[in-house]
Design a protein around this ligand. Sequence first.
Ligand code: AMP
Ligand code: MG
Length: 328
Amino acid sequence: MILGIESTAHTFGIGLADKGKILANVKDSYTTEKGGIIPLEATKHHLQIKEKIYQEALEKANVKEKEITGIAFSQGPGLSPCLLIGLRFAKELAEKLKIPVIPVNHCIAHLEIGRLTGCKNPVLLYASGANTQIISYSSGKYRIFGETLDIRLGNLLDTFARYAGLGFPGGPRIAKLAEKARKEKAEYVELPYSVKGMDVAFSGLLTNLKQKLESGKYKLEDLSYSLQETSFAMLIETSERALAHLNKSELLLGGGVACNSRLQEMCKIMCQEREAKLFVPEPGFLVDNGAMIAFLGEIMFTKGIKISIKEADIKPRQRTDDVDVSWK
Ligand code: AMP
Ligand code: MG
């Protein structure tokens, strides 16, 4: 029985995994009406909520503390103050229960939890507030085949939404406007499409959108629709190229933005056209969650990967390909 702790950014989550089954996935997120995430405020949220989330997870799984055999925690990448809350809680529990800890990479956990949908060797399109990457396993490591060169997709959506007065998180609000516009046969407004090899860039798109909104010549609905069509297409292009390059036939989605039904639809069309299969985890596993940390933690633990409490530390800038994938 492995307990997983997620605390890389706005979400504090705890999951319990046993023999590849998720027994609990409890979380709570720090949100703001105005402005972005303030790491120290998020930290306060995590500190305040951690014990409650822990108790809820035990209850949900109907598990006693002493049944837990290892504590997995998200060691990076993420915001240091937030990561530290997770680390300290992991150490506290490990000390109390006299069990080892398992350090888990957040991005790889997004990919591994995808296995519950049945995929075997996928290319992961991971689009969240703090990450936008295309990741896949190749020659002994999880490697990044494409990524954003500046801001992340979720960040683009949230920043534009805030700018337009839509509040936070902006992704779902933009999605609503875009859907409405699509039904009403919106005019596609041309926006900068920036793909550089396997990488994408979004900051020029954001500036252009702000200028167009300020000009007063465009409807917010049309801009929201065009924003989605353009930014999603950039990631479809690079994901497709990764599938072709790696000769793989499974595309897996991860990250909060992957909850977007239009993004899912565009992925599906691309996959159908190249006879690949699309795998979409349930929403609770798409967004940041403790279950995926427990799930990968259990795989690692089973292969003997565990460390002592003293050795456990955070890695805020850990890259996917820094991780030694000795569990495969
Ligand atoms: P995560 O960091 O993985 O928890 O995901 C959070 C991000 O996902 C935020 O930027 C949200 O705006 C975005 N998001 C959540 N739901 C949707 C949606 N339906 N469409 C687009 N973005 C979304
Ligand atoms: Mg994430």
